[in-house]
Design a protein around this ligand. Structure first.
Ligand code: 5RP
Length: 232
């Protein structure tokens, strides 16, 4: 698959942030999968960590690889979270949720002492918005919420938003781990991510949106032969 070497190299660089005894937020997606696999190798070699998965998918992956997990209700402190992203800009602002796990990902990232994002170079952008912004909404009233989400995007200077319900190959709405729907919002450019985040957070029916602002302290962009590390 395209970008796998870059993803793997980003994950290898992220392993440098892991210390014995840590509680680790485990991200979701194909890049985070590399990190989980590398972590599993270290655990097999004696590293003591406990993982807090950000999705049912990652929980299954971590369990299959023998990584000890901590139920989220028992978490006292998350020292480090390593997760992927759909876009990361030059200020460490992110779009996440391509894998529909944005709610749990944001709860875990926000509860972490340190969030490290790992990505291949295609995710590193000047301005957020080419990747459609995922917005998790309640099933109840989702058509009304979609109109309000459109208004919120317009009101925060997204020029021509296009809001659509995420559906699977069977034409049915995708249901998140939390039992909600996802609206994918084509924006092309999000000129002021902070303003858009605030506007979306004010819409009743919006459970969470995929703009991660002020959460990532480190962004690691993998390359063919290594990785570049950006600190914020
Ligand atoms: C899941 C996410 C993922 O981190 C994001 O979609 C990136 O995934 P991948 O590493 O497969 O490109 O936010 O909700």
């Amino acid at each position: 698959m395209a970008g796998e070497v870059e993803k793997r190299n980003a994950a290898i660089a992220a392993m440098e942030f892991v210390e014995d005894g840590m509680t680790l937020g485990l991200g979701t997606g194909s890049t985070a999968k590399h990190f989980v696999e590398l972590l599993a190798d270290e655990v097999a070699d004696g590293l003591i960590v406990r993982g807090v998965p950000t999705s049912a998918q990652t929980q299954r992956l971590a369990e299959a690889h023998g990584i000890p997990l901590l139920p989220v209700e028992q978490v006292q402190q998350i020292h480090l979270t390593v997760d992927g992203a759909d876009e990361a800009d030059g200020q460490g602002q992110l779009i996440k949720g391509g894998g529909a796990a944005l709610l749990r990902e944001k709860i875990i990232a926000n509860a972490s002492d340190h969030m490290v994002v790992i990505a291949d170079p295609s995710k590193h952008v000047e301005t957020l918005g080419v990747f459609p912004l995922p917005v998790e909404v309640t099933q109840f009233g989702f058509t009304i919420t979609a109109k309000k989400v459109f208004d919120a995007l317009k009101g925060s200077d997204v020029a021509r938003p296009n809001v659509g319900l995420r559906q699977g190959n069977d034409g049915q709405p995708i249901i998140t781990d939390g039992g909600n729907y996802i609206l994918d919002c084509k924006c092309a450019v999000i000129p002021d991510a902070g303003a858009t985040a605030r506007a979306l957070a004010n819409v009743p029916g919006v459970v969470e949106h995929g703009l991660f602002i002020g959460l990532a302290r480190t962004v690691i962009i993998g390359s063919q032969d290594g990785a570049s590390i950006f600190e914020y």
